[in-house]
Design a protein around this ligand. Structure first.
Ligand code: ASP
Length: 370
């Protein structure tokens, strides 16, 4: 069930959809109301989300979901139709890239890699091409991937020359006996294995530069950083195997050498077939200290919680007490999906078994859970 009645449902590639799927996106069909910008009812939506005190999942029959970061949700009053379209298209293209892999019988690992690569190549998102600047006006990127069938995982941290860090993370998982490679060693490993390399200026974008300038002006001497997003994907494949991946440029104005939660298994990324595939975004230090995604899995496995209950408990009840906000996309092998967050909004989208795409880019489409 969509959390918010004003969900803008994007129907792309309708030729591939069944009649039921088409009906599901026709306004007035009663299934999903579409295209009602400004008609959001956050309070009602929040109440529905936790009706009877029990969190409910956002959607069912989901095969792949992506996020484009917490703290980057758009405000209607500041967003042009072209900007809105660009973000929705970015999320949709990533979902379609993952769907293409799954349709051909590919693994959930390949699907989340494909989806995250699209987001990394899109300058709108804080990963790959659109990575934010650190305090030295450089870029250091983190990424990870995890396979739910056997808990295999791979990650890279602080890379400076890999075009697609998520692919480097997958190579670490599949070609080494290690889980996490950092810095120069990780860059060299990726290059040796044939991944495209770039120089630091590849990641330069005017928008990120202005954000750094703003952070330095506003935060002079405070040592503070700004949360700027992250991308991630979760998927389930035909064998019902789960996978999750996360990739980020981190926080604007972060210290050189700082590593966040995104490349850390159990913090920013986790996947275990019997419990959940989860990718997080938000204040990385808090997600590390709260062992965010691993705790969601443990609450399901050892605490008897369902997916929505466990994700809500961690994101809304526990992490804010540690002093930071953020969100997570969470999917289980039965296709139950939820995206709870304590941040004002979280850019995300999902694709269901019947090929339907839902994207949420405005803060009022994804009101913070309470
Ligand atoms: N979690 C990321 C980090 O701390 C940033 C974000 O998601 O906004 O590096």
């Amino acid at each position: 069930m969509a959390r918010n009645p004003a969900v803008r449902t994007t129907c792309v590639g309708a030729g591939a959809l069944s009649l039921a799927a088409l009906l599901a996106v026709v306004p007035g069909s009663g299934a999903v109301s579409a295209d009602q910008p400004g008609a959001a009812e956050p309070v009602a939506a929040r109440a529905a989300q936790t009706a009877g005190g029990k969190p409910r999942p956002d959607a069912r029959h989901v095969v792949i979901a992506v996020h484009g970061g917490a703290g980057t949700a758009l405000k209607r009053e500041d967003t042009t139709p072209a900007q809105e379209k660009a973000y929705r298209d970015g999320l949709t293209e990533a979902l379609r890239a993952g769907q293409k892999v799954l349709r051909k019988g590919g693994s959930s690992v390949a699907a989340v890699e494909a989806a995250v690569r699209r987001l990394e190549d899109n300058p709108l998102f804080n990963a790959g091409k659109g990575a934010v600047f650190n305090e030295d006006a450089g870029h250091e990127l983190d990424a990870s991937v995890m396979r739910g069938s056997d808990l295999a995982a791979g990650a890279v941290a602080g890379v400076r020359n890999v075009r697609n860090p998520v692919s480097a993370a997958r190579l670490v998982m599949e070609k080494t006996k290690h889980v996490l490679l950092a810095g120069e060693g990780a860059d060299d490993f990726a290059a040796r294995n044939g991944l495209p390399t770039v120089t630091q200026d590849y990641y330069w974008t005017e928008k990120r530069w202005q954000e750094l300038m703003k952070a330095k002006g506003r935060l002079k001497g405070s040592g503070e950083t700004l949360t700027q997003g992250t991308v991630g994907a979760v998927a389930v494949d035909g064998k019902r195997d789960l996978a999750a991946a996360t990739s980020t440029g981190g926080l604007t104005n972060k210290m050189a050498g700082r590593v966040g939660d995104s490349p850390v298994v159990g913090a920013g990324t986790y996947a275990k077939n019997g419990t959940v595939a989860a990718s997080a975004t938000g204040a990385g230090e808090v997600f590390l200290r709260g062992a965010a995604t691993g705790t969601i899995s443990n609450l399901i496995e050892f605490g008897g919680r369902d997916l929505a209950g466990a994700a809500y408990e961690v994101l809304v009840k526990r992490l804010p007490h540690l002093g930071g906000t953020g969100g997570v996309i969470a999917l289980n092998a039965q296709g139950v999906f939820d995206a709870p967050h304590s941040s004002e909004g979280m850019l995300h989208g999902y694709l269901t078994e019947d090929g339907r795409v839902v994207t949420k880019v405005f803060a009022d489409e994804t009101p913070a859970n309470e």
